[in-house]
Design a binder for this molecule. Structure first.
Ligand SMILES: O=c1ccn([C@@H]2O[C@H](COP(=O)(O)O)[C@@H](O)[C@H]2O)c(=O)[nH]1
Length: 238
């Protein structure tokens, strides 16, 4: 069964990660390893999670010259993740190179991991585009423009906020993935996120996956928070 909720394992050690997983009732989860945990623990963390049967999103957001990204992707592919990403701002040549590296590094007999492009971080408020990044277009236009570039480079989808998910689907097609971070249960603090949404809204806006960290991992009872998120998601029929 498709697992819609990706849990961000933003811990700084394998010990804390194991403690968290032990409290999740032995379920096979869809988890995300980002820079904090990967830089601390290295590739071994991927091996551990995959060997325990979890789905793995390696959220390392590569952004460099095409040759470097291609070679890095080839290495990451050998870790057998299910999903990886790059920054779409790296451009089409970089994204095509990433895909080539991923294809070259995928072990024989395994299917290529999905590759998605980050459009605009969910921590970016709309007014920051013009104020800091000198982008004159609206957030929606900017995200759609990046999404089309990602699609044209041959990638499988994007990271965007729930607010842009439906428009991305309309522009790039229903099978083009939208993976949406910034997910909060009602009443939870946004923290540094600017474009947030509940799992229910994400489902209504046609997101394929939601990514949530603190709204689950920051709770006393993480299993309860995760179950609430799933319930919210499943309450929407589309
Ligand atoms: O645009 C993006 C891309 C990635 N993220 C990552 O998702 C989680 C969100 O954590 P929360 O605790 O739920 O805010 C985190 O690992 C980010 O690196 C994102 O938030 N926005």
């Amino acid at each position: 069964m498709k697992q819609p909720i990706i849990i961000a394992l933003d811990f700084d050690s394998i010990t804390d990660t194991k403690k968290f997983l032990a409290g999740m009732g032995g379920q096979k989860l869809y988890v995300k390893v980002g820079m904090e945990l990967f830089y601390k623990e290295g590739p071994g963390i991927a091996d551990m999670l995959k060997s325990e049967g979890h789905h793995l999103f390696l959220d390392l957001k590569l952004h460099d010259i095409p040759n470097t990204v291609k070679k890095a992707m080839k290495v990451l592919a050998s870790l057998n993740p299910d999903l990886l990403n790059v920054h779409a701002a790296g451009g089409r040549a970089m994204m095509e190179a990433a895909l080539e590296g991923l294809e070259a590094g995928t072990p024989a007999g395994c299917s290529r991991p999905k590759l998605i492009g980050v459009t605009q971080l969910t921590s970016t408020p709309p007014d920051m585009l013009r104020r800091e990044l000198l982008i004159e277009k609206s957030m929606e236009e900017t995200v759609i423009s990046y999404a089309k570039l990602v699609r044209d480079a041959g990638l499988d989808g994007v990271v965007c906020s729930v607010q842009e998910s439906r428009t991305v689907k309309a522009a790039c097609g229903p099978s083009f993935l939208t993976v949406t971070p910034g997910i909060r249960l009602p009443g939870d603090p946004a923290g540094d996120q600017a474009r947030t949404a509940t799992p229910e809204l994400a489902r209504r806006e046609l997101a394929d996956h939601v990514v949530s960290g603190r709204s689950i991992t920051g709770k006393e009872d993480s299993l309860k928070a995760y179950t609430e998120m799933l319930k919210e998601w499943e309450s929407v029929r589309i």
